[in-house]
Design a protein around this ligand. Structure first.
Ligand code: GLP
Length: 241
């Protein structure tokens, strides 16, 4: 595990964008796994700038997003689908046919999840997976529990996650209680993993994630078993290391 401590959010975002951009420059047909949340917004802003400056060409890139709320239409302002277009896809030259974001409103979610995994495999697997981290150590929407699932699946969100994500909705009642997420297997199969964390609310989860112990109670702790993980933290998120 490589850990970079950036002085602030800005520097974290710049470093992360640099890594994603290098991946695309080195392999024009790179397969990227992408995350949502407030943490990667600055990284996406920087990538958009780099695209505009002509420093990166996204035309050949295939993307797979980690997760989506169950029951939200893609056009819902809080859907991760909407987030991805607003922060990235509306502003770069990626090919829409190569963009994949899990649908939270598929008729048959079980087959949909299976097909999502098949599409990742057919694309040759993920070269670089970007992750944020929940305050409870979740990655994607793989919540702490007795066991973790390997493939894409529907998950019940913990109260803590509903609470944390309620800041984006008009009220707590509006926050979906379920989501669809890539499983731990899909994440762990990525060639390289880039996890970003910012702010003191993530310090505990980061400490537990790199503790030397692996537990389903901290899904991010499994990243210690992956051979190519880069953590980019700001000083607050790194405070307990
Ligand atoms: C959300 C997402 C995760 C994200 C995490 C942290 O629930 N499913 O992919 O990494 O929570 O979000 P934020 O970056 O807003 O703190």
């Amino acid at each position: 595990m490589k850990i970079f401590v950036a002085k602030d959010y800005q520097e974290m975002s710049k470093k992360a964008a640099g890594i994603v951009a290098s991946q695309v420059i080195l392999k024009n047909s790179a397969v990227l796994g992408l995350a949502t949340g407030s943490t990667p917004e600055g990284m996406y802003r920087r990538l958009v700038e780099m695209g505009r400056e002509g420093a990166v060409d996204f035309r050949g890139v295939t993307t797979f997003n980690l997760d989506e709320y169950l029951g939200l239409d893609p056009g819902h302002p809080q859907s991760y689908h909407h987030y991805m277009y607003r922060h990235l896809f509306d502003h770069i030259n990626a090919d829409p046919a190569k963009i994949h974001i899990p649908a939270g409103n598929a008729r048959d979610m079980a087959s949909y999840c299976r097909e999502y995994d098949e599409k990742i495999a057919a694309a040759g697997g993920i070269d670089l997976q970007v992750l944020g981290i929940g305050g409870n150590g979740h990655i994607g929407f793989n919540e702490p529990g007795e066991y973790l699932k390997t493939g894409t699946h529907v998950v019940d969100l913990t109260e803590e996650t509903v609470e944390a994500n309620s800041r984006f909705f008009a009220s707590r009642e509006e926050v979906p209680r379920q989501a669809v997420t890539m499983g731990m297997g899909s994440i762990m199969k990525a060639g390289r993993i880039l996890l970003l964390a910012s702010g003191k609310g993530k310090a505990r989860a980061i400490k537990d994630a790199v503790s030397g112990r692996v537990t389903t109670r901290i899904p991010a702790s499994f990243l210690q078993l992956h051979r190519d993980v880069v953590l980019i933290l700001d000083e607050e998120a790194a405070a307990l290391l």
